[in-house]
Design a protein around this ligand. Structure first.
Ligand code: Q9C
Ligand code: ZN
Length: 345
């Protein structure tokens, strides 16, 4: 297994996210990745490397140019408003909802920030763009490795990606690493690609990116959006649209779901992947399904991640993993490496 590590991830190190009316310390922190690297030192299940460069064209195959331009220039625009802003994180506070215009990009910075986001939980700092872009390069590099015959690869990166859509960020995500990996696999010759999202939260960004397409199957098992973030997408009746009808599968589960039920549902997800007969698989690997996760509500235990890896390996597909959520920080490394070990066994 090839493991492509993001050397710039630590540059995304925000202070606070808005949660229940307060600014609370960020859940998505640089030490999450440090714990994975430490677990890999103890159990070297793969060969570590850095990312190759990614082109703007590759990013634009998934994200809107004006969104990418906004992200790339956001910090400079923020500090230009007031030099004192350099000491503050960027957080949106105004959004265009139903009936508002989305086709006109306002000049005002706060308004542009709201246009391109969907929550106040995803702060940006000076290094966010560099970290996210290097993370995208990790995802593309991992996909290229699999295209070159490597059986599997992990984009070991943060910030995560599966909540980021064609032109919006949120849920701690800015660039959709799983979608970039899937698109790279498509462009490299895979006729059909499946994305299987096992993060606790619905992969709304990935779903949105591929919703009308019949070349990428998106499958997500996640906390029921009636009660769980991201709330406004992820229901079972979202099956794709146009040519993509039948190419999206959501398997929402109630908060409190046991490991036994979760694995039964994973089996349904895996069967849907098999039916589509893809040439390659992308696994959006969140480990916030852990019973000890501070913001989630499923009950997987550490050893269950070995089983998850084994089940994914049974699909027998060239596989790219992208690192998504998981906020029981000290356990994240053990869980990610358990998945990889189970996969390689
Ligand atoms: N109720 C990922 O796992 N905030 N993102 C939830 C707690 C957003 C999670 C607040 C959670 C986003 C990649
Ligand atoms: Zn998550």
């Amino acid at each position: 297994m090839r493991i492509v590590h993001n050397p710039d991830h630590h540059r995304h190190d925000a202070r606070h996210e808005m949660y229940r009316g307060r600014l609370v310390p960020c859940h998505e922190t640089p030490d999450r990745l440090a714990f994975v690297l430490e677990a890999l030192r103890q159990r070297p299940v793969g060969v570590l490397s850095g990312p190759e460069p990614v082109s703007d064209a590759e990013l634009r195959a998934v994200h809107a140019p004006r969104y990418l331009d906004f992200l790339a220039g956001a910090w400079e625009a923020w500090v230009a408003l007031d030099p004192a802003n350099a000491a503050l994180d960027i957080l949106p506070s105004v959004w265009p909802v139903r009936g508002f215009r989305h086709d006109v990009e306002p000049l005002n910075f706060a308004a542009r920030l709201g246009l391109y986001s969907f929550d106040a939980g995803s702060p940006m700092v000076a290094g966010t763009w560099a970290a996210a872009r290097a993370g995208a390069a990790c995802a593309v590099t991992a996909a290229r490795a699999v295209l070159s015959g490597e059986g599997s690869a992990l984009a070991l990166t943060r910030p995560p990606g599966h909540h980021a859509g064609p032109d919006f960020f949120g849920g701690y995500c800015f660039l959709n690493n799983a979608a970039l990996a899937a698109q790279t696999l498509r462009d490299g010759g895979a006729a059909r690609v499946a994305v299987l999202d096992v993060d606790y939260h619905h992969g709304n960004g990935t779903q949105t990116i591929f919703y009308a397409r019949d070349d990428v199957l998106t499958v997500s098992l996640h906390g029921d959006p009636m009660t769980e973030y991201p709330f406004f997408l992820g229901h079972a009746d979202e099956r794709g649209e146009g040519a993509g009808l039948g190419w999206n599968l959501n398997l929402p589960l109630p908060r409190g779901t046991s490991a036994a039920t979760w694995f039964d549902t994973l089996d349904h997800a895996a069967q849907a992947v098999e039916r589509c007969q893809p040439d390659a698989l992308v696994v959006a690997l969140g480990v916030d399904t852990f019973e000890g996760d501070p913001i989630s509500g499923f009950h997987l235990r550490s050893a269950d991640y070995l089983r998850l890896g084994e089940r994914l390996a049974r699909l027998g597909l060239p596989t790219v993993f992208t690192m998504e959520g998981g906020y029981a920080v000290a356990e994240v490394g053990v869980h990610v490496v358990n998945v990889l070990e189970g996969f390689e066994a």
